[in-house]
Design a protein around this ligand. Structure first.
Ligand code: SF4
Length: 393
């Protein structure tokens, strides 16, 4: 699937290519949490432990060339699958091995919390969203079932161009559908799709999403000055897909997207929130639930996930494993549990100014230094006590 040059280019960017068409890369938030600096927004919204998350893809190829994508335009694109089909068990084992190898450099670092590093050795979650279109891998269902058997939860992201694959998909903990524009003309401009019937494929994918039994989420990537328009049309499409969750997330000015867009296209958190509020005005069965400032994302959920006045957006992983292997019908609510109070709420906070951020950063550094010192002292004290006990013995 990849030329030698493209493979080397990705390896230089800390990707590890697995087999012919899969890849792994340690997520920035996995590293962040290992350093005790907080997890990703999916930890806050759904209870995903970022330090035990494997970020990967089973296809480096895609049928879209979205202008906001961090991938370069040298990345493979294709409508159909025309490569070898690697064995799913090999992909799973080699991806876990690649992740473990990539994390070796963190072992023993005094910037990393040893307890979290130890836990990171057990992957509990896979994000099939790293790059390309993982759903096109012909044996995706075999791989998903292997993850389910191992009790590794699965988030899979699709760009809504493969409705048949969505219909046929094996149980996924949370299925994401990207909705990048609200009109046919704008979708062509934003996603630059290969398929001529890209709009019809989106419609069919929304219908297929609505029919899925597990948890579903529609994600809007908000690009300022490009697709933060037509809230009513977005709402119509969202209602068609009937998702359990809706994430409205800012475009991030990173990677090769900087060749196509400017930093001004990256909305502030409050601009994302206001746009989400505009869309929400047309979604009476949905409500704001939470936000994550660093990722400039807000989460909206269907009220069916609010029971007796309490939100249930966090995942019950053992329940999902049991249900996904049972062969019995189930709904997303069957493996959802209470959202901790600390993770709830959408404020009207504004993005801090540069000075404010700098001051906060300094404060955080002080806090981390104190935390590390306390941990180091406790460790030394424990070692000393153990030393004494051994002598006594
Ligand atoms: S869920 Fe996504 S953002 Fe969070 S750690 Fe995994 S790959 Fe990163």
């Amino acid at each position: 699937m990849l030329s030698k040059e493209a493979r080397e280019d990705l390896e230089r960017q800390q990707y590890r290519i697995v087999g012919d068409h899969s890849a792994v890369k340690v997520c920035g938030w996995t590293k962040n949490l290992l350093r005790g600096r907080g997890g990703c927004y999916k930890l806050k919204f759904y209870g995903i432990m970022s330090h035990q998350c494997l970020q990967m893809s089973t296809s480096l190829s895609c049928a879209n060339r979205c202008v906001f994508c961090w991938r370069g335009y040298k990345a493979p694109v294709s409508k159909g699958w025309r490569w070898n089909v690697d064995d799913p068990a090999m992909i799973l084992d080699e991806s876990l091995r690649a992740q473990a190898k990539l994390l070796i450099g963190y072992r023993g670092s005094d910037k990393v919390l040893a307890r979290l590093y130890e836990q990171a050795g057990t992957v509990k979650h896979v994000a099939l969203s790293l790059t390309g279109e993982p759903i096109t891998y012909p044996r995706i269902n075999d791989l998903l079932n292997l993850f389910n058997q191992r009790g590794i939860s699965t988030f899979l992201v699709t760009n809504a161009q493969y409705p048949d694959a969505i219909r046929a998909l094996a149980p996924v903990t949370q299925l994401y559908l990207s909705l990048d524009a609200a009109t046919k003309e704008l979708l062509k401009k934003v996603d630059v799709p290969l398929f001529a019937d890209y709009w019809e494929r989106l419609q069919e994918s929304l219908d297929a999403l609505a029919a899925k039994e597990g948890r579903t989420c529609i994600r809007l990537t908000a690009v300022k000055g490009l697709n933060m328009t037509h809230p009513a049309d977005y709402a119509k499409l969202i209602l068609k897909g009937d998702p359990d969750f809706l994430e409205v997330k800012a475009y991030m000015h990173v990677g090769a997207s900087r060749l196509r867009l400017t930093a001004d296209h990256m909305p502030l958190h409050e601009e994302v929130r206001d746009f989400a509020r505009d869309v929400l005005a047309y979604l009476p069965d949905y409500e704001f639930v939470s936000e994550h400032f660093p990722s400039r994302v807000v989460m909206i959920a269907h009220k069916r996930f609010k029971q007796r006045g309490q939100w249930r957006t966090w995942l019950d992983f053992p329940a999902f494993k049991r249900l996904s292997l049972s062969g019995e019908p189930f709904t997303g609510l069957d493996y959802s549990k209470l959202t901790p109070k600390a993770c709830l709420g959408v404020t009207d906070k504004k993005t801090p100014s540069k000075e404010e951020s700098r001051a906060r950063k300094l404060k955080r550094e002080e806090r981390y230094t104190k935390l590390r010192e306390r941990l180091t002292t406790a460790k030394a004290k424990r070692a000393a006590e153990e030393g004494d006990e051994n002598e006594l013995e």
